[in-house]
Design a protein around this ligand. Structure first.
Ligand code: F6P
Length: 515
């Protein structure tokens, strides 16, 4: 039987029938996380077919290739060595060099945090402004937001990513340049948004510190030459971002310097240790027990075989409120593609639209759609409360997450509604019906600490790479984003009135904007 045959067989069954035997399935766990896949259109036979598919697609070999440093990014001719940034044991010279880039960043962070390195006027740094975008922004922003309660009291941390000038104005508002360190992160050192914001920040610092202004910048890049040019002959701190680290896989790198400075010193260490534990699990576990393989197979099953075009990520954890945005980049920039590395088109849907937010807040918004819209979208619950002495809040949060998953799956029939509320007019009762049949995954951890955030993100990285393999994609390039950048460059002269845009509708819009 093919995977499609299994899908057809399962689609013909009521979801409750599938679920009736799923309660006994073995939970999966690794590196502080438990994963429950019971509520999917899957059974033992369909899973067995998926495991055979994993073998056919050589997922275990793909994992070995990643950790052996083989060239898994063929279009750019590179290995993908983000895992080396969190490898405590050195596995050869390349890994040692990559690891050294982290050690250098951590050393610098401690010098800044403990004031052995100061600004040009001799004052200590009391504020850090991180400038970057995409993979050079989401990661540090996520960690700092997740562990806001582990920030050092004496260092302010701000972010700027947007080309909208207001973003930098707000990031610098009220700060004293003499006490501010600007951390500029750009792997390419050629990204328009980042260079624009860094340039304005340089003007801001130079206006008060014309001599020694460069002491107020730490630049993290793979393109040292461009960073040196940008410093224009001045001495500056330039940290290394290895070429083999993709932007959206760079959360472990020197690019998270701002977090290393502004958070308590053990946060980043524990974060990387959690990721390393997940690496070890993914590298060694069998197909059936391997969290990354199982989730990648699920992604293929839901998106390509069952045709679910989206997935909702529901983070029941205040610490994870930025996770949906982070994973959107990781998964959609990696696998939102339709052509294989050899130029042939893929045969079906690839990465689904990933969207979501923070539970329980989303329950007062789009969960209505999740429950009762005619469209059906698998939900992924991440249940990991923060550390707290208030058990009532944690119990409430947990109850809400579990209740949502249960209602999405089981629904509520008209008979159930009428049994509960016999006097209800039929038209109201009908509106209270929940169709059910909506699949969901639950990832849960007793509490969210830096170690578990690290292992969770490493899990999603591996899942993304392996799902990309199943779809036949190179997950490490992003040609789709380049076209928009080129086009924006071409339209600037039209917006300045220097020439006409070639597209008639764009030309009309520019005329309206200019008037
Ligand atoms: O959005 C495209 C992209 O290339 C991302 O992959 C990357 O994270 C981001 O731009 C920023 O790139 P850089 O670090 O080179 O400034």
């Amino acid at each position: 039987m093919t995977l499609h045959d299994h899908a057809e067989r399962l689609r013909a069954l009521p979801f409750r029938t599938i679920l009736s035997v799923r309660a006994a399935t073995k939970p999966l766990s690794a590196a502080g996380w438990n994963v429950d896949l019971s509520r999917h259109y899957l059974d033992t036979d369909a899973n067995a077919a998926l495991f055979a598919f994993a073998d056919d697609m050589k997922l275990k070999t793909a994992i070995d290739q990643l950790f052996d440093g083989e060239m898994v990014n063929p279009s750019e001719g590179r290995a993908a060595l983000h895992w080396a940034l969190r490898a405590s044991e050195s596995k050869g010279e390349t890994v040692r060099e990559i690891r050294q880039s982290v050690v250098d960043a951590e050393t610098l962070a401690q010098e800044i945090a403990w004031s052995s390195r100061k600004g040009a006027t001799g004052e200590r740094f009391k504020a850090v402004v991180h400038i970057g975008i995409g993979g050079s922004d989401f990661g540090p922003r996520l960690i700092a937001d997740a562990f806001e309660d582990r920030r050092r009291d004496d260092i302010e941390l701000r972010y700027c990513a947007n080309l909208d000038p207001l973003d930098l104005e707000l990031a610098l508002k009220g700060l004293d340049p003499a006490q501010t360190l600007i951390v500029g992160v750009s792997k390419s050192f050629g990204t328009e948004e980042t260079l624009y914001n860094l340039g304005r920040a340089r003007d801001w610092v130079k206006a008060s510190i014309p001599k020694g202004w460069s002491k107020h910048f730490a630049l993290i890049t793979a393109n040292r030459e461009r960073a040196i040019d940008w410093l224009d002959g001045a001495d500056g701190l330039i940290l290394h971002m290895p070429e083999t680290i993709g932007g959206r896989f760079s959360i472990w790198s020197a690019g998270s310097l701002a977090c290393s400075i502004a958070l308590q010193s053990d946060v980043m260490e524990d974060f990387r240790a959690g990721a390393e534990a997940m690496d070890q699990h993914v590298a060694t576990a069998d197909v059936a027990d391997n969290l990354a393989i199982r989730l990648a197979l699920l992604d293929y099953w839901n998106a390509t075989i069952l045709g679910f075009g989206a997935r909702a990520l529901l983070a029941y954890s205040r610490r994870l409120r930025l996770l949906p945005a982070y994973l959107q980049q990781l998964e959609m920039e990696s696998n939102g593609k339709s052509v294989r590395p050899d130029g042939r088109p893929v045969s079906g849907p690839t990465a689904p639209l990933l969207w979501g937010g923070e539970g329980t807040i989303g329950q007062h918004s789009y969960h209505q759609w999740l429950h009762q819209s005619p469209s059906m979208v698998p939900a992924e619950f991440i249940l990991a409360p923060g550390e707290t002495s208030d058990t009532d809040g944690v119990t409430g949060l947990t109850a809400h997450a579990l209740a949502q998953a249960e209602v999405l799956a089981n629904g509520r029939s008209l008979a159930d509604v009428q049994a509960d509320e016999p006097d209800l007019p039929l038209e109201i009762a009908a509106q209270k019906v929940h169709a059910g049949g909506r699949p969901s995954t639950i990832l849960h951890a007793p509490r969210l600490n830096p170690y578990r955030l690290g292992s969770l993100i490493a899990l999603y990285e591996h899942r993304t790479y392996l799902a990309g393999k199943l779809w036949g994609l190179n997950s490490f390039d992003q040609w789709g984003v380049e076209r928009g950048k080129t086009m924006a460059g071409r339209l600037k002269p039209a917006l300045r009135g220097e020439r006409q845009a070639s597209d008639a509708i764009t030309a009309k819009l520019i005329a309206a904007i200019r008037s």
